[in-house]
Design a protein around this ligand. Sequence first.
Ligand code: SF4
Length: 482
Amino acid sequence: MLSFDMATNQRREQLVNSHSGSAGVYHRYHIETRSAPNLYPSPSRFLVKVGKVGLAKLIVTELVHYRNWKVVQSRPCLYGVFSGPVGGFAPRPKYCVGCLRCTTQFPDFVKVLKNPERQKLGDSFISPDQVDTILYETSTGTVPVRGAGYRGKFGGKGWDGMWTDMSEIVRPTRDGIHGREYISTEVDIGDKPMSLSFDAQGNPSGELPRAFPIGVPMIFDVPPASVQTQQYFSILQSAASHVQTLVVVPIKPMLAYELPSVSVVPLVSPTEQSELKRLSISPALIEMASWDKRLLDAIHEIHPKSLVALRMEYGEDLLKYIDSGIKNFHLVANYHGMTRDGRFVLDAIRDVHDSLVKAGVREEVTLIGSGGVAAAEHVPKAIICGVDAVALDVPLLIALQAKLHGDCVNISSQVELPQNLPSEWATQRIKNLASSWRDQLLEILGAMGMREVRRLRGEIGRAMFQTQLEHEAFAGIEGYHG
Ligand code: SF4
């Protein structure tokens, strides 16, 4: 992208080279993944209860019939639940996929039950299945594949009420995930004027773009207070640096833990203005915790080369802040994606994007959206609705097998990270998550025939909305209450 500002260019290079370690050499974006298995086992999906008398009778009958211990021992499960050293007398529920063959064939002595411990994973927003998926993605860095097809619902609340439209017949696909065609997942954070002007000598005049790219349209957001430790911030900072993205850290812990780095975005409230002078480097981006003209002036004065973002709740009018010179917004909902006025982020993002399009300023503004992103598919959905990038919160904690005590809904939620958390393992898990979600984004972009994620922003034509489709199909029919 065009950038005439030397400092912005330098930051761009710093961000890009922080991973590659070499300037001026073509570097194809890549997140290094490595196996990082769970620290402790996750509860199995099912409990398998076997009546010992019934099983003994079955074994005797089948021994007579098959005369082959291996065959008998593996019965009645093809997945190995009954294939341990003592067969079904000590079933291995971790292998159970819930096909229900055993309980259908031998209802008298086999029962397959949902594991109540697994039902406790996640909270009222992040389901046990989503937790399992995140754990798989972070353990392996790969894309989960479910060979038997999708067995879930085809609609629902929140993101489940939105479907992406691949329409491969009219738009040839691109092979992004396997690397034969490069699809860019870079997005630009910064101030982007609608047009450039040049003087008679051809030199640029007027406002110039001031932006830098991040490798993926995902940054890391401020975690709940109970896990704002030096170690967790260092892990996030290290992972952000590898992934070439950003992590938002309140300025006091950032200074206390000596975190300044090109990947760290200090979050500054109006009462913390004096802390700005203590930063040893000018950050690429500084985030204002709320609007305050004096704070904005102080940032411009102390760190003139830093870009400024305003953190604010969804629902406020952005135009007045744009008039005051703010071009970057970090819009915040709670961790469950609910805005202050009780709407889900999907609708809130669409509203804010549409209002900026109507005002003719959308291209000048960068929107980052926080809250409600709990699965890989939510990233492209949020971008289609209109944000440039999303900020991740709870999935990063789940990646590290943190325990959520009750609903993890906002910054005061109680969360517990594993004791003696190995930093290298934790950093790798977050890198794996970023890589897996990026690969899934590439799948969607490839299926849509898109070369870069920037073009996905606000592309509402690539999506369908359940409420809208139902309204089109059923409005006016008795019994429909859409
Ligand atoms: S439900 Fe299927 S996978 Fe689970 S134990 Fe029974 S046969 Fe095996």
